[in-house]
Design a protein around this ligand. Sequence first.
Ligand SMILES: NC(=O)c1ccc[n+]([C@@H]2O[C@H](COP(=O)([O-])OP(=O)(O)OC[C@H]3O[C@@H](n4cnc5c(N)ncnc54)[C@H](OP(=O)(O)O)[C@@H]3O)[C@@H](O)[C@H]2O)c1
Length: 276
Amino acid sequence: MQDIGKLAFIGGGHMAAALISGLLRRGLPNHRCIVADPSPEQRRCLVEDYGIAATDDNAAAANSADIIVLAVKPQQMRAVALGLAPHLDTSRALLISVAAGIPHAALTRWIGRNIAIVRAMPNRPALNGCGATGLYAPSQVGAAHRALAESVMAAVGATVWVEQESQMDTVTALSGSGPAYFFLFMEALEAAAEQRGLPREIAHRLTVETAFGAAQMARQSPDSLSVLREQVTSKGGTTAAALKVLEAAGLHVIVAQAVAAADHRSAELAAEFGQP
Ligand SMILES: NC(=O)c1ccc[n+]([C@@H]2O[C@H](COP(=O)([O-])OP(=O)(O)OC[C@H]3O[C@@H](n4cnc5c(N)ncnc54)[C@H](OP(=O)(O)O)[C@@H]3O)[C@@H](O)[C@H]2O)c1
């Protein structure tokens, strides 16, 4: 991992803990990391688990840091950003916001000064080290800061950049909300197998392992998803019979409608959270 300097996490909840754990595993020395959180219990856990410094003073944590990760709930972000603003060294610091739905312009407005800000949209599997994160920064954020942000978020899984901020709503609708879609599909598969006589534990295990195996195949293969699907579907066979039913029921259309609904809701929330 490249040298990423000193890191401060503002908010020491689930996402901060996942990032801290991933970064330490990748070789970040624990004395380079500080977390600010109002809860003494939360701070005690982080100090015990990771041997990092902790404080209840956001400004003190941010003061000495090269990278400041804003990891509070979206509803808390405005107050946190306004409180931090006077204490940031805008000449060098990089801010990374992992908050869902907080627009770049809102962060910039709250900070009130010219500072490099990267928006990151991780997902829940990041807490297990296998997340997928979308990143966005406007063109004035330079390559060095982009590389730093990518290094931080890569500690919890895959990263991709999008060019336009509106695409972060689609990232939210795809990878942000996506785990729930897969769980729903897996629930349906498990229930169908159970209805057909398989014991629940067996149905569950086969469902989960099949999802994992399919994801691994897709990850490791250079082929498109449709080519992979064709490779595992013999003409006139069992898989073809099932796919015919799914296609006749309009699976593609339903999924497109679901993702569009999530995308629209993400844009609505961004408009709400980004109010002055
Ligand atoms: N968890 C996920 O799967 C996930 C996925 C994608 C994006 N995110 C984003 O990640 C961010 C953090 O989520 P999370 O799940 O880690 O939430 P979380 O577990 O609730 O962590 C937020 C932490 O911030 C603390 N906090 C509250 N007010 C603060 C303040 N003024 N200054 C400093 N810290 C403060 C909270 O303390 P109290 O509990 O005492 O209030 C809490 O420990 C959110 O914006 C969310 O949108 C999370």
